[in-house]
Design a protein around this ligand. Structure first.
Ligand code: BTN
Length: 248
């Protein structure tokens, strides 16, 4: 399949959240595949589980990419895989090492969080009508107030400041290549790569499940984005990020 991406970029100096604006724009105007919303500052930056996403004005990359992937919902996690690996590509190209993907949405450098992904899908019947992929990458910020987990930035890791525009271009160019592959049905290769980078893959972890403390070995992440854990005395079980809380 030939795919030519028309890339619209919409810039704001300050907004509540690129994901919120993206979802308003999608419901009002629809928009094509690969429209990008970018801002210097968010007044209500959102993380997973309603956490606040901390980012100093003008210091970091804050974007949301609007996609119309026409994917079946049972494969929805490939979008997360694709973006997480694009973040890894970008950071590796800056010679940042010891990178890991912490399921379901963090990218870590030496166990410190440098980036997070927040995906909101709009589903119709069983297919994804639109997907908003929000990404925050800490670029030039030198200090962070929130320490859960401890945060880091490209500046802290490399002692160099970068243009946010260059970071955005590099991330999107890698994402486009990876996204084209998944639209062409090539899902397996990237899934393998994802597992190679997965934090605590094949290791024992403790977790809370419906208020009970258990332990098990991380075996896989399925295409629905559920963590597959081998719990002693039970079959392998897949858990969504709402139901399982890993104690890292
Ligand atoms: C997480 O790690 O909890 C996900 C963080 C995602 C943050 C980004 S910043 C750009 C986009 N807009 C938001 O409000 N959140 C995402």
């Amino acid at each position: 399949m030939k795919l030519d991406f028309i890339q619209n970029i919409i810039r704001y100096k300050e907004i509540s959240s690129t994901n919120d604006i993206a979802s308003k724009l999608v419901s009002k105007f629809g928009f094509h595949d690969f429209t990008v919303i970018i801002t210097d500052f968010q007044t209500k930056g959102k993380g997973q589980r309603d956490k606040y996403w901390e980012s100093e004005r003008g210091k970091n990359l804050l974007i949301s990419v609007i996609l119309k992937p026409n994917l079946n919902i049972k494969d929805s996690f490939v979008l997360n895989i694709c973006m997480s690996l694009s973040i890894i590509d970008l950071l590796s190209s800056l010679s940042i090492n010891n990178l890991k993907i912490k399921w379901p949405n963090d990218v870590l450098v030496d166990c410190k969080k440098i980036s997070g992904v927040l995906i909101q899908n709009q589903v119709q019947q069983s297919s994804i009508k639109s997907s908003i992929i929000g990404v925050g990458i800490n670029v030039n910020q030198k200090k962070f107030k929130l320490y859960n987990p401890e945060a880091t930035s490209i500046y802290i890791e490399t002692s160099k400041e970068f243009q946010i525009e260059d970071i955005k271009d590099s991330l999107l160019s890698s994402f486009k290549k990876r996204y084209k592959k998944i639209l062409n049905g090539k899902l397996k290769g990237q899934k393998k790569e994802y597992l190679k980078h997965l934090y605590l893959y094949k290791e024992r972890v403790n977790f809370n499940l419906h208020g009970k403390r258990l332990s098990g070995i991380i075996k896989d992440v399925d295409y629905l984005g559920r963590l597959v854990v081998d719990i002693e005395g039970e079959d392998q079980t897949a858990f969504s990020s709402d139901s399982i809380h890993i104690i890292y």
